[in-house]
Write a protein that binds this ligand. Sequence first.
Ligand code: ADP
Ligand code: MG
Length: 702
Amino acid sequence: MMEAKKLPEEYGSLVFGDKVMRERLPKDIYRAVHKTIVNGTHLELDVANAVAVAMKEWAIENGATHYTHWFQPMTGLTAEKHDSFISPEGDGSVIMEFSGKELVKGEPDASSFPSGGLRATFEARGYTAWDPSSPAFIKDGSLYIPTAFCSYGGEALDKKTPLLRSMEALSKEAVKMMKILGYEDVSRVNTTIGSEQEYFLIDKEDYMQRKDLLFTGRTLIGAPATKGQEMEDHYFGVIKPKVSAFMHDLDEELWKLGIPAKTKHNEVAPSQHEMAPVFETANVAVDHNQLTMEVMKKVADKHGYACLLHEKPFDGINGSGKHNNWSICTDTGINLLDPGKHPDDNVPFLVTLIAVIAAVDEYAEQLRLSVASAGNDHRLGANEAPPAVISIFVGDELARVLESIEQGTAFKSGDKEKMEMGAQVLPHITKDNTDRNRTSPFAFTGNKFEFRMPGSSVSVANANIVLNTAVAEILSRMSAEIEGLTGNALHDRLTELLKETLIAHKRVLFNGNGYTDEWIAEAEKRGLPNLKSLPDAMPEWISEKSIKLFTSHQIFTKEEIESRYEILLENYSKSINIEALTMQEMVRKDLTSGLIAYEQDLTNEIMQKKDVMPAAKATLEIGILKTLDDTSAQIAEKLETLKKDTLEAEGIEDVQKQADFYEKKVLADMNELRVYADQAEALIPDEYLSYPTYGQMLFSLR
Ligand code: ADP
Ligand code: MG
């Protein structure tokens, strides 16, 4: 175990970060790289060569024999292909080599990654390009180089490329706005993210015995345990010793990789936990979250656990999400979502706040889509997770501030030159006055917004791509309204603009309990979209509005948008298909064999009893046998329907129609079958089942 006092030294010890670069690179090279990282400028090949040499030496000293370009294709996972540093000398010996060209560009044979038609399979080449703004690191004896992944024609085939583009777009628009507001010194604005990660831990042996968990990540059958989460005794509860050892190990592994793991605690559901990191620049935070999920699984395995990252591994028990804490910060150190103590900072705050409100309202469908997945569909709208309707919580104090802006009472004409429009209205907003509405999908939490809809297994890249782009769009429209104005004219127009914008979008503001049916009805009256499932939501991705938003800020081309549409729908259908097949197999084999064995024993039992005692009633035994017989008849029927519909679904050509069918038919069949399967399971003693029950999985951890 890492000694506490060694932590500062060990932290980031496997990362080729700023400190290592400063130590190992010639000054001019270091400066050039640093400039590239901060400003996103192009890197010359001679600089790359020098970096590659230093990187290789550092990596070898730290035990790496290989390097890999590490990227995030649209599978939602990460991908890697390892090459060793060795280069044969011809005399039987080898030297270790790594060039700038190898650092900067890779050419994985990429024909098997989803491209949604962007890259015909005969043109299998895909390129990976180094992202110097996310530090390289060492894992399992390889040097990992974070990269973007694109096609021969330059189309993005990954999640990093559009994320970087969206950060750029937001920076451009925010800088422009800041300059109009008189903050001439701002030259770059950074998106920051802290993503809290929820997960379940269960016994590895239990996991290995369940085909549903192995193949689909969630349980497809399973009667509830007699105890659930109703006692509310797990949230922030005492962490069990073995789990604590896991968490400790996890922290250490993450720290070595330079991932700032900060908070850990038990979550609401039994066996559910959370890890929250300190926030970082968006693309680094996204990379680190992907890495966190991977490390969680690896460390869990070492400790005899399986780490479940699925959004809804257990029915009737809270699912897992990933709260995306998001803010934007200038290179001069102003957090644009911090109301701050200094009134001078408040104009940027109010402008940003209102821009976010407008962006979230206007692009609610796109934001909803950014978190759509087969897994997350089970979570959104369930009683423990935010509804599929997007609304914003700002807290009472900010609500009052917004109200006064709306009523035009906010800004008295003071010293208009200085633009102190926030001064009179903004109380010092403390964090405690905001947050604590756990039911809001998009909540202001003191100095950032917390988007709570992302599911636990997805990359948060998508959510931030949409958020950044939508806010960039609103800021650009606002800038256009006030550009060129100064003094009183600027003040007056801006005051009016904030008011207009707020009035146009205030329907998205909601401070009440988002989990109630009343809110869903109210949201409908307000005209807020309620896109319940991925197939329902997908048409919004290729709508004119969506295409206009993303193409005008150069985040996606129309082709990239269309390809993502196909990939998402296909992925959805494939997921449900695997679930349907797995469920059929589990019911037909695992559940049924237990059921038959138990029925047989029961029958023997009854016959023996009657042999010994002809007048025996055997009421209980016969009752159970009768119920099991009725239930198995239902199971047989539902199984047939599921089988038939799954076959039909597989044959549908159109991606949208196919996904619709999987959702409306196949998933519905699965739900029906599950009712009877779970009824049967509840009657069958555990020892007859070849897989562990809910009770065992959720309550056996020590
Ligand atoms: P809680 O949400 O429980 O109140 P915190 O507010 O301390 O907890 O932090 C939640 C997450 O928000 C953490 O991951 C933290 O790093 C992140 N966070 C804090 N400030 C910012 C910011 N300016 N931008 C992005 N994320 C932030
Ligand atoms: Mg939080």
